[in-house]
Ligand binder design. Structure first.
Ligand code: DON
Length: 593
C-alpha cells in the first residue's frame, strides 16, 4: 500500500488558481458547453467486458451482448441472475443506481431506482412506544421495507437506451431458475453464519426456511437450487413489463409481506403503482489532473463523496519540489476521507425533499479551504460549512447529526459493450437477505434502515430522517471516469455499506493517481476513515504496515479482517479493456471473445 501510494508524488499537480466561489460551476458549465469532441469514426475497437459478483451472471451479460444487446441489456441480464444466485445481496425486491454512458450521444444518465418510503411514512417511522427502534429490530421489521425500484429501473433504462429484446434479457436467469443453480460458498457461508442467524428471521419464516434451509440445514455448497417462483416472476415481467410487478397479484403479496408481523409496515398498493424511477444528470466533477468523475447524485452520497475525496486528496498533495515521506500519501488519503465522510454524514439526504448543497461540496474553492481544515489525527472531524466558505449563508446548524448503520448486502456490476457504452450499477437489498421477507421467489429489501431512525438530534431535525415518499440516503458510488480528452477511462463501484465510499475511492486513487492496474488497485488493503477511528484491513498485503504507519502518526487504528468490498472495475487502456474482480467475493471480469 505504502509503495503503491508513494507513486502519487509523480502525479502531483498544481491546484487550480481560480478562487472565485462560483469557479467550479462556471468551469463545469464551460466544460459541459464545449461541444463533445468530434468522435468522427464512432467505431469502438477496445472490445466489451462484464465484471460482476458471480460467473453465471457475467456469462448471462456476455450472452445477451453476443445476441446484439448493449450494456443496458447486459446489465439487466446480469442482475436478473444475481438476484437468483446472490439473493443475500440484491434482487427484484431491492433497488439500485445505474450510471449509463451513451458513447454515440456522449451523454451520461443516472437511473435512480432507489426504494421509496410509503406515503404514510413520517419522520418517526422508526419510533416505537416512544423509543427509537434498534438497528436489528428495525432491520427485521416491516417498517424497513421500501417500495422496490429495481424492476422499474430495468424498464426505464431499457426504454431509454436498450437495444436488445426486453424479454430476451431475462432468458438466462429464467433458465437458471428452472434448471437450478449451484450454491456458491458466499451464499452458503451467509446462511450458515451463526452471527447472522442469531439476528435475522430467515430460518423462522416458513417461506424462507423452506427455500434456504431445506431439511433444516443451510443450503450446502454445490447444491442445485431451483427457484420456480422466481422463474414465474421473471416470465411475467418479461411478458407484461413492470406492471406485472407493481400491480396485481405480485404487488398484493409485496404489500402483505411488508405489512406482516413483526412490526408490520404501512405500504399500500398505491405506493407500488406510484413508484417512479428518477432519471437524473450524473454528479460530475473535474479534477485538476483532468479526470472527470461522474457518479450517483443524491439521494446517494456516492457522487459527492468520490469527488470530494479525490479533490481533497489532490489539494493536499505536495508541490512537485517538496519532498515528503511515503507515509504522507497514506495520511492524505485518510484525511481526505475523514473530511468528506463528515460532510456526507451531515448534509446528504434526498435532495427532492431537503436542500443538499451538492455543487458547493465539490466546488474547488470549498475543497481547497476544506483541505486546510484537516484535523489532527486524534481530533474529531466535523462537517465543513460551504455556505461560509463560498460567501453565502452559514449551513452548519441546519441539521442534527445522524448515525445510520449497515450490514452486508449489496452487489456491483461494471460493463462496457461493443460500442463503448458503459454501465456502472450498484444494486442492493441493503443488509444481508434484506428484511428476511420473501415472496414470489425474491426477498424484500430493508432499505429504509438507511434513513436515520432517530428523526432529530440535539433538538434539530436530521436531513436523512424518514418521510412520505422519501428516498433514504445511500453510499452507493457507481462511478464512471473520463480522461482529459473526454474519453471513457474507468468503470468502478462496490458494495459495503457506508464503507463503499472508501472502497471505491481506493480504486480511484490506485488507478488514477498511482498508475496501478484494475486488479492491483482492488487488491490494496481497504482503509476506511470515517469518524474518529481508521479501520485498516490487516489480512491483505500491506495492511499491517499501513496500520502501523497510521498508529505512528497518531491515528486511532482499528485492525479489521473480513472486509466486504466487492469491487468490479474496468479500465480502458490503449490496447483494450483491463478488468478486475474483488478476491473478497466470487466475481470475475470477462471480455467478450
Ligand atoms: O445504499 C446503501 O448505501 C446501502 N444500503 C448499501 C448496503 C451495502 O452495501 C451492504 N453491504 N455490503
Amino acid at each position: 500500500m505504502l509503495m503503491a501510494i508513494s507513486g502519487l508524488a509523480l502525479a502531483a499537480c498544481a491546484a487550480p488558481d481560480d478562487t472565485r466561489p462560483d469557479a467550479q460551476t462556471e468551469a463545469q458549465k464551460a466544460a459541459d458547453s464545449v461541444e463533445a469532441p468530434a468522435l468522427g469514426d464512432l467505431s469502438w475497437t477496445k472490445g466489451a467486458m462484464v465484471a460482476a459478483a458471480n460467473p453465471a451472471a457475467v456469462e448471462a451479460g456476455l450472452e445477451v451482448m453476443r445476441n446484439g444487446g448493449n450494456a443496458i441489456d447486459a446489465a439487466i441480464a446480469v442482475h436478473a441472475v444475481l438476484g437468483l444466485v446472490e439473493p443475500e445481496s440484491s434482487g427484484l425486491g431491492g433497488g439500485a443506481f445505474m450510471v449509463y454512458y451513451d458513447r454515440a450521444k456522449d451523454e451520461i444518465t443516472v437511473f435512480d431506482g432507489r426504494e421509496v418510503a410509503p406515503a404514510a411514512a413520517t419522520p418517526d417511522y422508526f419510533v416505537k412506544d416512544g423509543k427509537v427502534m434498534g438497528f436489528i429490530e428495525a432491520w427485521q421489521s416491516g417498517h424497513s421495507v421500501g417500495v422496490p425500484g429495481q424492476v422499474a429501473l430495468y424498464k426505464t433504462a431499457h426504454d431509454a437506451a436498450g437495444t436488445g429484446d426486453w424479454a430476451a434479457n431475462f432468458a438466462p436467469a429464467i433458465r437458471l431458475a428452472e434448471n437450478g443453480f449451484k450454491v456458491g460458498e458466499k451464499l452458503h457461508e451467509a446462511l450458515a453464519s451463526e452471527r447472522l442467524r442469531a439476528v435475522i428471521n430467515l430460518d423462522d419464516n416458513p417461506v424462507t426456511s423452506a427455500y434456504f434451509y431445506p431439511d433444516g440445514e443451510p443450503l450446502p455448497v454445490g447444491y442445485v437450487r431451483t427457484n420456480p417462483d422466481y422463474a414465474a416472476t421473471l416470465k411475467a415481467i418479461a411478458a407484461e413489463g413492470p406492471s406485472a410487478f407493481y400491480k396485481g397479484e405480485i404487488a398484493e403479496s409485496i404489500v402483505a409481506a411488508t405489512n406482516a408481523a413483526p412490526d408490520g409496515g404501512m405500504m399500500t398498493l398505491e405506493d407500488l403503482s406510484n413508484y417512479t424511477v428518477k432519471v437524473r444528470p450524473a454528479l460530475c466533477g473535474t479534477l485538476p489532473t483532468g479526470y472527470r468523475i461522474c457518479s450517483a447524485p443524491p439521494p446517494s452520497s456516492g457522487g459527492i463523496a468520490q469527488n470530494e475525496i479525490m479533490g481533497l486528496y489532490d489539494a493536499m498533495k505536495p508541490a512537485d519540489n517538496v519532498r515528503v515521506t511515503e507515509d504522507y500519501f497514506l495520511k492524505i488519503f485518510v484525511d481526505a476521507q475523514r473530511l468528506a465522510y463528515a460532510d456526507r454524514d451531515y448534509y446528504v439526504a434526498d435532495a427532492d425533499k431537503v436542500t443538499v448543497p451538492s455543487d458547493d461540496l465539490i466546488n474547488p474553492v470549498y475543497i481547497r479551504e476544506r483541505a486546510k481544515q484537516a484535523f489532527a489525527p486524534d481530533g474529531h472531524a466535523t462537517p465543513g460549512d460551504p455556505g461560509v466558505i463560498l460567501g453565502r449563508s452559514p449551513m452548519i446548524g441546519m441539521w442534527g447529526q445522524d448515525q445510520t448503520e449497515h450490514a452486508p448486502g449489496t452487489t456491483h456490476v461494471s460493463i462496457i459493450d461493443t460500442d463503448g457504452n458503459a454501465v456502472s450499477m450498484t444494486a442492493t437489498v441493503e443488509s444481508a437477505f434484506g428484511s428476511s421477507r420473501m415472496t414470489h421467489g425474491f426477498l424484500l429489501n430493508n432499505q429504509l434502515t438507511d434513513f436515520s431512525r432517530a428523526p432529530t438530534a440535539g433538538g434539530l431535525p436530521v436531513a436523512n430522517a424518514p418521510g412520505s415518499g422519501k428516498r433514504p440516503r445511500s453510499s452507493m458510488s457507481p462511478t464512471l471516469v473520463f480522461d482529459e480528452a473526454g474519453d471513457l477511462f474507468m468503470v468502478t463501484g462496490s458494495p459495503g455499506g457506508n464503507s463503499i465510499i472508501a472502497y471505491v475511492a481506493k480504486t480511484l486513487v490506485g488507478v488514477l493517481e498511482t498508475g496501478l492496474t484494475a486488479q492491483e488497485a482492488i487488491n490494496l488493503p481497504n482503509i476506511i476513515a470515517r469518524g474518529d477511528t481508521v479501520a485498516v484491513e490487516i489480512d491483505r498485503e500491506g495492511g499491517p504496515e499501513a496500520a502501523e504507519a497510521l498508529r505512528t502518526m497518531g491515528y486511532s487504528v482499528e485492525e479489521r479482517t473480513g472486509e466486504i468490498s466487492g469491487l468490479h472495475v474496468i479500465v480502458v487502456r490503449d490496447d483494450g479493456l483491463e478488468g478486475g474482480a474483488d478476491p473478497r467475493r466470487e466475481g470475475v471480469a470477462k471480455a467478450l471473445e
